[in-house]
Design a binder for this molecule. Structure first.
Ligand SMILES: [Fe+2]
Length: 275
């Protein structure tokens, strides 16, 4: 078993996961991103998930959890997530500070793999400190290879999570930031038939595709959304939301997106940038 693998005791045969991504919490409560109070929008998304998903075995938080890597933001996030499910696992995004995350959340929240009786969820770090774009690099690819080999030997299905998108999503400005070594990433995936899905954040929009039988999934942010199909930065008026995933023992992934409908978020869609 790879180092830093944690075992997740699932409530039943089906593993019920939630992805909450790109929470962009500011250092202090009340902080806003493009006009949206990111604590308030996250709390609305959590309330929605609590009302819709009776069983949650774990939360996958796929990066950009603080807008500026503030430890105070991560400490609030622990409390927010704990209110929904105490099993929550974090990845770094380009906005995050890994040391501050570890300090607030602890190493147990940032494992390389999460194992259940039928599944292995692989958590890959695509952050390149100081850069907006993503790259896995030799260490993360070696970790991926080790996890995939373990999954093969243990007869586990595999879900791979990372922050940056490994395929173009159709927004030129975002696709400049996709995983630089995506070809190597998919070379590893293509060698292993146990891989069922790849899940990421970063793009602040929903996307569901398939590649060689593997589900490719991107998800809304819990705060500001990005408009699909844009050459240049453009915020969207779509509401904050989350993705749910039910991992079945036979390798099927059932999944869907849910968005807040009862709160109006006043997004600044005229902004030309996103820092
Ligand atoms: Fe983000």
């Amino acid at each position: 078993m790879p180092q830093d693998t944690i075992s997740l005791p699932a409530a039943g045969e089906v593993v019920h996961l939630l992805q909450l991504t790109d929470t962009h919490l500011c250092a202090e409560t009340g902080g806003k991103l493009l006009g949206v109070d990111t604590d308030q929008s996250l709390q609305a998304v959590i309330a929605l998930a609590r009302s819709e998903r009776p069983t949650v075995d774990a939360i996958l938080a796929t990066g950009d959890l603080s807008d500026q890597g503030a430890e105070t933001a991560y400490r609030r996030l622990v409390d927010y997530f704990d209110g929904l499910c105490t099993q929550h696992y974090w990845l770094t995004g380009n906005h995050d500070d890994r040391e501050a995350m570890l300090s607030a959340a602890g190493e147990q929240r940032m494992p390389c793999c999460i194992e259940t009786s039928n599944w292995l969820v692989v958590m890959l770090d695509s952050q390149v400190p100081g850069q907006v774009g993503g790259e896995l690099g030799a260490d993360q690819l070696a970790q991926l290879s080790e996890c995939l080999e373990h999954a093969r030997q243990a007869s586990r299905h595999v879900l791979v999570c990372l922050h940056h998108q490994p395929v173009p999503v159709g927004c030129a400005w975002l696709d400049d930031q996709m995983v630089a070594d995506a070809d190597a990433f998919f070379t590893f995936l293509d060698r292993h038939t146990a891989v069922r899905g790849v899940l990421w954040g970063h793009v602040h929009q929903a996307l569901d595709r398939e590649r060689n039988g593997v589900a490719l999934m991107a998800s809304p942010s819990t705060c500001v959304q990005f408009a699909p199909g844009q050459m240049d930065f453009k915020a969207d008026t779509a509401a904050p939301g989350y993705r749910w995933l039910d991992l079945h023992p036979d390798g099927r992934i059932e999944t869907g997106i849910s968005r807040v409908t009862d709160v109006v978020f006043d997004v600044d869609t005229e902004s030309g940038g996103y820092l």
